[in-house]
Design a protein. Sequence first.
Length: 372
Amino acid sequence: MSFTEGSVLIDVDVTSPARPKVTTRSTRQGEISRAITGQSADSPLPKTLIESLYALCPQAHLAAFECAMAAAQQKGIPQRSRKVVYEIINEHLRFLAFDACVSVGIKPAEEVRRLGQLRALATVELSKEEPDFDRLDEAIGPAIQTFVTGSSPDQFEALQSLPDFEAWMMHGATAASRLYAQLWETVPCRRHTSVAMLNPRCSLETIEAWVSGDISVSCPLINGTAHQTGALGRCENQPLLDEIAEQYGCGIRAQFVARLIDLMNYWKVRRAPQWTVLAAQTAPHTGLAHVQTARGSLIVRVIVENGMIAGVKTIAPTEWNFASGSCAEQALSMIEFSTQDQWRRDAAWIVTAIDPCVPYQIRFHNDTSDTE
């Protein structure tokens, strides 16, 4: 059986260059979930597959599966929230300091090797039943200061207002501030999409009603309608985002700034996080878990019957955000087309803001221009 990671396909029909028709979809078909189905509830294989095959957010995937399994069997729900929060912090840190920079063609920080060392440390510690969170704090705090804030994370004040944020950004002392400066300088402001936000605190009963039917794991729609998920959904009522909306009306700036706000919020609550991992039995023999990740909501539904895993359904943030009619489709459709190179450069910022957890491929159709 193949466990290919899959990808996001972005098809661009440029018959009308002023308004290209864009469609997006994920090619993932739930291969890992299908491999887990049919295994004994006591088998170590599911955990092994999840830890080894989910390169990004493995703790979130493992927490979602283990908590859903426990709920399905009416066992105690494992306490996994703190592990998941530390993973979110590390994912945001790496995104702002390295991944986003590389994706949009900006030179990453010179000390980037430290991020690799931090990821290795986090992988080891978070794989333990009782991680040494103090040790992680000692490594993560200075990394946030070096690559993101430029000051102690607990004293970072750039998120208090738009003038404070832009002053920090223009100072350019860190990889993250330079990333935002480049975004402000080079990327056109485009309005927010009209796609509804998936409520990060949505009740499990409501989610059960969505996922118990024939919802597609590769193109999830709620009553035929796409929804988006991400850090932005966890940052409602943030004055800085309200100021950005009023001053610029720019969706991509809001998406990027939400990653920074979310990082700092999770850093503050890391010792006692709330509602990061929710799980319960939602039907006979059925457990449902709703877990937050850096990219948004991860939903896992497990059915256990007669000591066997009878079904697993996993819906990850990438599938929400690149479904038919998604926020990705709407945002990318706002880019006018002149050349393929130009369109790819503009698209890179939008796709990076949404941040799929798999590679993406852009395919052009009906392009009669001479340049690429």
